[in-house]
Write a protein that binds this ligand. Structure first.
Ligand code: PLP
Length: 252
């Protein structure tokens, strides 16, 4: 049978991309962080569904309950927190909110590959600064930043190198590039200290439940909620609430 003709062609940047199937194989890279290799059990669905009638799987769910609880844990106002459909969703929203063809974004290389896709799809000029070991290369990144630079992405600990950006480096970036969004991906933050083994990743994070979170100034959070509207599934929110209630370690 012949394939029906596509009525709408994808935009060129999407047409030329291959499907994302995980990080490309690189003989220099030993860490495998692009899937969820965690063996930790996840709570059962039964435990997550409340019996008070508030479970409405046929409704878009509000994320405000989980955001409020997270805000208490982080000691910030709840309008600085947004819950997303996995960390990926948060990254894409953040990139799309500040990148377009007139702007530039700086990423390090190698890093979490979807970030490159989001920047390319947004049409921004992508600058890649090598970062394999040591602290985040602040000087090199700042040297490549132009007035059009609207984003610097810092994955720390970095996937796939495990390199960690210091607090000082992040502060310096913010100070020296006040016009750019400094997007810090802390998906592996609980493994940032030397005693943790990065090859056993994602702790107890049930990544299949597609739930992430971001913390930022409230005006940024408001922009991100404009980029996508109804991303988080009800069951993911309930699992998040259950995990918080039972004080399980949780990575978004
Ligand atoms: C550095 C990094 N950020 C974000 C993600 C995506 O996380 P999530 O499964 O919550 O979308 C991954 C997944 O491997 C990752 O390695």
């Amino acid at each position: 049978m012949t394939q029906p003709e596509l009525l709408v062609e994808p935009v060129p940047v999407v047409a030329e991309m291959t499907p994302y199937t995980g990080a490309p194989v690189d003989p220099l890279i030993e860490l495998k962080l692009d899937s969820n290799e965690s063996m930790s059990p996840v709570p059962s669905l039964d435990a997550a569904v409340p019996e008070d009638g508030s479970w409405q799987p046929n409704r878009y769910q509000r994320t405000s309950g989980l955001e409020a609880r997270l805000a208490v844990i982080f000691g910030i106002d709840s309008d600085h927190v947004t819950v997303t459909a996995g960390a990926d969703d948060a990254l894409e929203r953040a990139v799309r909110s500040v990148c377009d063809p007139s702007r530039q974004a700086v990423l390090t290389t190698p890093t979490f590959e979807p970030l490159e896709r989001y920047v390319r799809q947004a049409g921004a000029t992508m600058v890649q600064v090598p970062w394999w070991t040591g602290d985040f290369p602040v000087d090199q990144v700042c040297a490549r930043a132009t007035p059009e630079n609207s984003l610097v992405a810092v994955v720390s600990p970095n996937n796939p190198t495990g390199a960690v950006a210091s607090r000082h480096a992040l502060k310096e970036l913010s100070r020296r590039l006040p016009g750019a969004l400094i997007l810090v991906d802390h998906a592996y933050v609980e493994y940032g200290s030397p005693e943790h083994d990065l090859t056993r990743t994602r702790g107890s994070a049930p990544t299949g439940r597609r739930r992430g979170r971001t913390c930022a100034r409230r005006h940024r959070v408001r922009r991100w909620t404009r980029v996508a509207c109804h991303g988080v599934q009800a069951v993911c929110l309930w699992v998040g609430l259950v995990l918080l209630a039972s004080h399980m370690a949780w990575v978004g």
